[in-house]
Structure formats: C-alpha cells, structure tokens
Design a protein around this ligand. Structure first.
Ligand SMILES: C[S@@+](CC[C@H](N)C(=O)[O-])C[C@H]1O[C@@H](n2cnc3c(N)ncnc32)[C@H](O)[C@@H]1O
Length: 214
C-alpha cells in the first residue's frame, strides 16, 4: 500500500520543514511581485538542504532562482564559508530574490548570476568542481544542464533535478503534456547511467537525485 499523499506531505512539513519568516516571505511575497508560483514545496526544500549538508557542500550551483525560495533552503545547508551560485535569466526574478537573500542574511553566501544558464554555466566552469547542482529551470534545457553538472561535480557530489514527475504525467497514461516524454527520457537516461547512483524523491513534483560515483 502506498500512503504518500498531501496529508502525509503536510505532516512531514509540519515536523521537518517549518518555515521561518524569511522562507515564508520568499514564498508568499514572490507571487505578489508578479512572479509565477512555481517554487518547490517546503519539504522539498528541506530535502535539498539535507542533501547539501550530507555531501558536505561548500560550492553549489542552482539553475533557476525565481524569488529565492529554494536558494534559501540550499544556502542554509552549506558548510561555513560555502557559496551558492544561482542562475536566472529574468532580471526581475533576480531582483526579488536578492531582496529575499538580503533579508535572510544570505547576501554574502549567495551570488546571483543573471543570464541564460547555458551561457552562465560555461562561465562557472572555471570554479568547478562543485559539490552539488540543483536543476530547476526550463525543461528543454535539462539534458544539457545535467551533462554540464556531471562534468563539473566532484566524485561523491550530488545532482538534483526538479519536476521529475512532470505533474505525474511521466507515469500516468493519458496525462501527457509537451514535456512528459522529455522528462521520461531524461529520467531513463539518468537511471541507466552507471557513473551514478540515482533515484527520484517522491515529494511534490518529484526530485531526481544522483550521486556521482565514477
Ligand atoms: C521553476 S522556477 C525556479 C524555482 C526556484 N528554484 C524555487 O523553487 O524557488 C524556474 C526559473 O528558471 C528560470 N529560467 C528559465 N529558463 C532559464 C534559462 N535558460 N536560464 C536561466 N534561468 C532560466 C525562470 O526565469 C524561473 O525563474
């Protein structure tokens, strides 16, 4: 019997993913500032934070900043002296996120890079290897972002990619949208890659997680 549902999700969040005023502000203020409500959920944020700390991360890249909600969770998992580079092509999103990072006391820890991630990642390459990469931008970019992450994450480092379920459509017949097949192929490619130990964390819209072992 599978019992994971919205009530169980709320139960986990109420115990393990309690938002302080800064996380709450980043989540609630962003839509009021015209940003889309497409941030990760609290328990997904807590899970990313746990992964970041588990791999002892000091250098992290996030692709898709939005209003900074996931960035705050991730940055709070870094070891002291760590840095999060977060990339977004929308300067309005970046401006809102910067305010949230400053309010949370994280402006020294998080560096926002404004621009298309396909270009920004090339520029970040000379700061590799990274300990952790979180992919949460346009779905058509996932294969290229993942390839870059695999080349630029150290052994034992972790790559996470959001929306692995594509609203459930990867597994549910008749629910396909434009990106369902792309995400199915992406999940399959990662699952079959012998350089990785990988799985999908099934909260929210699913987060694909992969540890680099070779
Ligand atoms: C799903 S949102 C990120 C949500 C954020 N990670 C959170 O949970 O709080 C996706 C973001 O990716 C950005 N984006 C889309 N395509 C991009 C690209 N090619 N390069 C950089 N950012 C991109 C969008 O502007 C948007 O802010």
């Amino acid at each position: 019997m599978t019992i994971y549902n919205d009530q169980v999700s709320s139960y986990i969040s109420s115990l393990f993913a309690i938002e302080d005023e800064h996380l709450l502000r980043a989540r609630e203020d962003s839509p009021k500032r015209g940003l889309p409500t497409i941030n990760i959920k609290p328990e997904e944020g807590r899970f990313l934070q746990l992964l970041v700390r588990t791999c002892g991360a000091k250098k992290v890249v996030e692709i898709g900043t939005l209003g900074g909600y996931s960035g705050i969770w991730i940055a709070r998992g870094l070891l002291p002296g760590g840095v999060l580079y977060t990339v977004d092509l929308d300067s309005n999103h970046a401006e809102v996120a910067q305010e949230h990072f400053e309010a949370a006391g994280l402006s020294e820890v998080i560096q926002i890079r404004i621009g298309d991630a396909h270009r920004e990642l090339v520029e970040l390459t000379d700061r590799s290897p990274f300990d952790f990469v979180f992919i949460d931008a346009e779905k058509t970019g996932y294969p290229a972002y993942f390839d870059w992450a695999l080349q630029n994450v150290r052994l034992g480092g972790i790559i996470a990619a959001h929306n692995a379920f594509r609203k459930g459509s990867v597994a549910l017949a008749g629910k396909d949208d434009d990106y369902s097949e792309l995400m199915r192929q992406f999940n399959k490619q990662v699952a079959e890659d012998e350089r990785l130990i990988s799985t999908i964390y099934p909260a929210g819209d699913g987060t694909l997680i992969a540890v680099k072992i070779a």
